[in-house]
Design a protein around this ligand. Structure first.
Ligand SMILES: *[C@@H]1O[C@H](CO)[C@@H](O)[C@H](O)[C@H]1NC(C)=O
Ligand SMILES: *[C@@H]1O[C@H](CO)[C@@H](O)[C@H](O)[C@H]1NC(C)=O
Ligand SMILES: *[C@@H]1O[C@H](CO)[C@@H](O)[C@H](O)[C@H]1NC(C)=O
Ligand SMILES: *[C@@H]1O[C@H](CO)[C@@H](O)[C@H](O)[C@H]1NC(C)=O
Ligand SMILES: *[C@@H]1O[C@H](CO)[C@@H](O)[C@H](O)[C@H]1NC(C)=O
Ligand SMILES: *[C@@H]1O[C@H](CO)[C@@H](O)[C@H](O)[C@H]1NC(C)=O
Ligand SMILES: *[C@@H]1O[C@H](CO)[C@@H](O)[C@H](O)[C@H]1NC(C)=O
Length: 781
């Protein structure tokens, strides 16, 4: 009955006398905020930036919180009771006569209180900074919300020895060694993931010497900590509302508020690839970055709780040492479970590595790196991570009968190319927003690198690179720098030796003072302002992958814009493929497969592992350079946004690329994404397989046909039998038919309608599955 009354009366209350908002500037002793009036009565800061009151966290569940008044979705920056909401009826916040601010639930229990007691004359006010302050009658500060952060730091709110940001199992805190860190602190394990545990504090430019332990975000977007962490928002400067939030996915991000539409933009983030956050997929789970992340369970394991990845996967067999069972290994290519190594052995064979694991009952898996013969014996499997760039494989220990049940990864691309993004974590939507913002983080990351010379770079690097490699690593990464025009003019002998020419500029060969051979690209038609140019450079400069031409620096002096690249010995792919290629120059099948795989890997890195927006836009054999060992080095990436043709729009509404390799959507004026590269790659792949210039017209039985019709022919050939008919006849039948079939299948799928095309990551995986060379080179970057 009482409930019925409530139902009748409440709507009345809300439409009748209180329907206008009456925010308060101060709460004095004896006054309360009632949950039923949360829409009308709340505290506000004098500048109206912040509000404080009851915030609805779910159906009939409320927290006492502070939020940004003008943000689209009432972004909460502090909560008194983040984990234990109060009832939507009958709860209230009272500054009682003792001067204690008390949050009381419907039954009268105190859910939270400020533990202040200075009697009458106590006041609670919300300051312009978003700080809720309780003062006694003399104006002395007794308590403030800035002392008890939840998951967010506001400008001028210090993070100190005694405080930490917490979001789920993730923490931002000062460790015992005075270093500001991110840690996964779960029920089973704790694991630090930022700064990367693979490097020493000093190597990443921090220090553990200063014991004051204090970090603060200033009003200009500058986040400084006593351990020498020094970060700037991409849009740093005064006049923007910002916050530093430890998000529920474990990443620490700085956000800037767009005052005109109330939306947030990420202006810095700690982790570039979410899979580097530890504990995301739970125990035994494996994370993949595509570029939103996806969790999965290894074979022989299943999700413990189908609704919650943080609980991970459980084995479908009993791990019982007293039970004698026969075990075997199942290979998880390019996967690792970070940390928890029982033993690390160097320079041993895979067989010895597996044997060691079989001999140790508590060994659950091994990670093995072919190049160095390093063997990691794992006892618990946490922080699983799968990436086409991880230089090793994991072998998971399973009972014999289970291994045989797992269908081996066959050479079957149609099985591999399944867009498996069951977003159990509910991350995909949120990540879409982040994707567009990654660019800001990227700009910043690199600007920090350039301007301050810190080794911030390491944070983006792969984990599991042994400490001993650090020195070499640092050398490589610190090579990126700005050159003077004079320096480059001298290095190239006044731009004497031209080695290439493209739409974006002319390339010259040069030699630096330290004897490094370089390729200098002199850009034409650059319309960008200095600042934009720097931003682009810093992004390109950060890209570092064995299948991409490394950029060592750039020069920007007035109209002179030059890019400095590593010099790649051999010529581009087209010189080895088309026309009158001499017999010794003709690419053998194994070389062709390696080139297809290397190109896929390089593009996959551009699309998935760096930042999604790095779309090449001009994939063609001329841009696929080859080293002496026929390793692929893709050239000319990252320039899409610099070209004048695109200057009117960042959405590439203007065509670019090379006829014959361009996806139909260029002409259709639809939005351009990474799938345009997949299309171009498909054309290149067909050219590698057939050895003829597909892009400049195809002749079938002496008749010119369209690419579309040619694809139909290919499909027919695939369906009815032999791919032999389309393979380059100059190979005289010397090819691997399994691989050829996969390559043609992949090529065809690349030329489909945009949404049906696979991603470069999927393509790289499909090729890896049928790579007959088991000894991949160690991926030294
Ligand atoms: C933010 O608000 C918009 C509409 O105002 C809504 O569509 C969206 O789902 C909200 N986002 C979140 C994360 O609550
Ligand atoms: C009051 O309600 C809260 C939450 O509903 C509950 O945890 C607490 O035990 C209750 N207290 C009493 C005295 O009933
Ligand atoms: C620690 O850092 C603070 C703030 O940067 C500085 O004022 C102080 O002098 C430092 N202390 C030491 C011992 O370096
Ligand atoms: C803020 O939002 C408006 C409207 O969506 C947009 O036009 C403007 O470019 C945004 N400003 C910034 C700095 O992103
Ligand atoms: C997921 O599981 C963890 C650990 O059991 C728990 O703390 C968390 O609340 C769960 N999350 C959801 C959304 O159920
Ligand atoms: C392990 O196996 C032995 C023998 O089969 C059994 O007695 C024991 O209870 C098992 N222990 C666990 C933890 O399952
Ligand atoms: C691996 O290392 C352990 C401990 O360092 C050692 O006892 C063992 O013999 C090594 N195994 C091999 C195969 O070298």
């Amino acid at each position: 009955m009482a409930r019925l009354l409530c139902l009748v009366i409440l709507p009345l209350i809300s439409v009748l006398p209180f329907s206008y908002a009456s925010p308060l500037l101060m709460l004095s002793t004896g006054s309360s905020l009632f949950v039923e009036e949360h829409k009308q009565t709340f505290l506000t800061s004098p500048n109206a930036d912040f509000s404080c009151g009851f915030y609805e966290v779910g159906g009939n569940a409320f927290s006492f919180s502070i939020w940004f008044t003008n943000s689209k979705n009432r972004t909460v920056v502090w909560s008194a009771n983040p984990k234990s909401p109060v009832n939507g009826h009958g709860s209230k916040v009272t500054l009682n006569h003792e001067g204690n601010l008390v949050l009381a639930d419907v039954n009268g229990t105190a859910n939270w209180d400020s533990k202040t007691s200075s009697g009458k004359g106590t006041t609670a006010v919300l300051l312009d900074t978003g700080n809720l302050v309780i003062r006694d009658s003399t104006g002395t500060k007794l308590w403030q919300s800035f002392w008890a952060p939840t998951d967010t730091l506001l400008p001028l709110q210090p993070l100190t020895k005694g405080t930490r940001l917490v979001s789920g199992y993730f923490n931002l805190y000062f460790d015992n060694d005075n270093v500001l860190r991110l840690m996964y602190d779960g029920p089973e394990i704790s694991s630090i993931y930022w700064p990367s545990p693979d490097y020493s504090v000093f190597d990443i430019g921090r220090t553990s010497y200063n014991g004051s332990r204090n970090a603060i975000l200033d009003t200009e977007g500058h986040f400084l900590s006593t351990d020498k962490l020094d970060i700037k928002a991409a849009d740093w400067g005064a006049g923007i509302n910002r916050r530093l939030t430890l998000d529920y996915d474990g990443n620490l991000r700085m956000y800037s508020l767009n005052a005109s539409d109330g939306s947030w933009k990420v202006s810095w983030q700690a982790i570039a690839k979410l899979c580097d956050v530890h504990g995301l997929c739970g125990e035994n789970g494996i994370c993949e970055f595509l570029p939103s992340f996806k969790c999965s369970c290894p074979p022989g394991y299943e999700m413990r709780d189908p609704t919650n990845w943080s609980r991970g996967c459980r084995p479908l067999f009993s791990k019982n040492c007293s039970k004698i069972e026969e075990y075997e290994f199942f290979k998880l290519a390019q996967t690792d479970f970070y940390g928890f190594d029982l033993i690390i052995n160097q320079s041993i064979s895979l067989k010895e590595c597996k044997k060691t694991c079989l001999d140790i009952c508590s060994c659950s898996a091994v990670t093995y790196k072919t190049g160095s013969g390093t063997c990691y014996i794992k006892y618990v499997l946490f922080n699983g991570y799968s990436s086409t760039n991880f230089p090793g494989d994991n072998y998971i220990k399973l009972p014999k009968n289970m291994v045989s049940k797992q269908s081996d990864l066959s050479c079957n691309p149609t099985k591999e190319i399944v867009l498996g993004s069951s977003s159990m974590y509910g991350m995909n939507d949120a990540n879409k927003n982040y994707a567009t913002y990654y660019v800001f983080a990227a700009v910043l990351g690199a600007l920090v690198l350039i301007f301050t010379g810190t080794s911030w770079w390491f944070l983006y690097s792969k984990h599991n690179i042994p400490m001993s490699m650090e020195a070499g690593y640092r050398m490589v990464t610190s090579q990126f720098r700005m050159f003077t025009y004079r320096e480059l003019r001298e290095a190239t002998g006044k731009f004497k030796e031209e080695i290439g020419r493209g739409a974006s500029g002319i390339v010259y060969r040069g030699v630096l003072e330290d004897k490094r051979v370089i390729a200098v690209k002199r850009l034409m038609n650059i319309s960008h302002g200095e600042e934009e140019f720097w931003a682009e450079m810093s992004i390109i400069g950060r890209i570092n992958h064995m299948n991409l031409v490394r950029m060592w620096g750039f020069c920007s002096e007035g109209q002179q814009k030059l890019l400095v690249y590593e010099y790649v010995d051999n010529e581009s792919l087209d010189k080895y493929l088309f026309g009158d290629v001499s017999a010794e120059r003709l690419l053998a099948w194994s070389q062709r497969f390696k080139i297809a795989l290397g190109t896929a890997r390089g593009l996959a890195y551009l699309h998935h592992e760096c930042l999604e927006w790095v779309v090449h836009c001009d994939v063609k054999p001329e841009n696929i350079l080859l080293t002496r060992d026929f390793e692929v080095k893709i050239a000319d990436f990252g320039l899409a946004k610099l070209s004048k043709r695109d200057s009117t729009s960042l959405n590439f509404t203007h065509m670019r690329g090379t006829m014959g390799y361009m996806a139909p959507e260029w002409a259709l004026n639809s939005p351009i994404n990474a799938k345009v590269d997949v299309y171009s790659y498909g054309v290149v792949l067909l050219e590698i397989v057939t050895g003829s210039r597909i892009s400049s017209g195809i002749k079938v039985d002496g008749r010119e046909v369209e690419l579309r019709d040619f694809v139909q022919v290919m499909k027919h050939i695939l369906a009815t039998g032999d791919v032999k008919d389309v393979i380059d006849t100059r190979l005289n039948g010397h090819f691997n038919s399994e691989q050829a079939k996969v390559m043609v299948e992949v090529a065809i799928s690349c030329l489909e309608e945009r949404n049906s095309r696979p991603t470069m990551d999927e393509i790289a995986k499909a090729f890896l599955a049928c790579d007959d060379q088991d000894n991949h080179p160690a991926y030294s970057w």
